[in-house]
Design a protein around this ligand. Sequence first.
Ligand SMILES: [Zn+2]
Length: 197
Amino acid sequence: MFIELTDHLRCPEDHDEAFLVLLPDRLEGRSVRSGTLGCPVCDRRFALQDGVLDFGGAPGPAPASESSALTPDALVPLVGLNGPGGYLVLVGGPAGTWRDIAALVPGVGLVAVNPPVTVLDRDGISVLRGGRLALKTNSMRGVVLGRPYGGDASWVAEAARVVLPGLRVVGEGNRPPLELVDLMASAGEVWVGTGRR
Ligand SMILES: [Zn+2]
């Protein structure tokens, strides 16, 4: 996990958002390879091993082979990032193509959440696992929800929460609830919108 991503993490419990305290055991450059993150509010601790931070409660990993309309060439224009900086979140299957996505969005940090098991944490990608997005509200430049996340209202709500105001969530699945997302476009099973504020 990129050490700088620590600033954007939150405890997944339902209390007020608070920073997490990183106690690194092993660092390689700017990558935390092992350690513990602790919540100062509820005192929960989360283990980071082999670079992967696991908040618990993750559904089974996305199958790497599942076909998806959210290919790198399709999803990058939809998420609409202009210029470097910040983070793009890839939830589920689309994280399996992170290397091709990285080439299309130079200078943008990539965060894989519950990616296929083939995706290991390394330079260029931070891997998180968990039952929700343990990221701060209004902190990310874009969120891509592969199947089944793109059709799951609880994950759509999380994506709408963490994306910066006016920036985009792209999903594959049923159209999102209109109280969560201002829909910009949809075609087939793919939709794009902004988080409703
Ligand atoms: Zn907590």
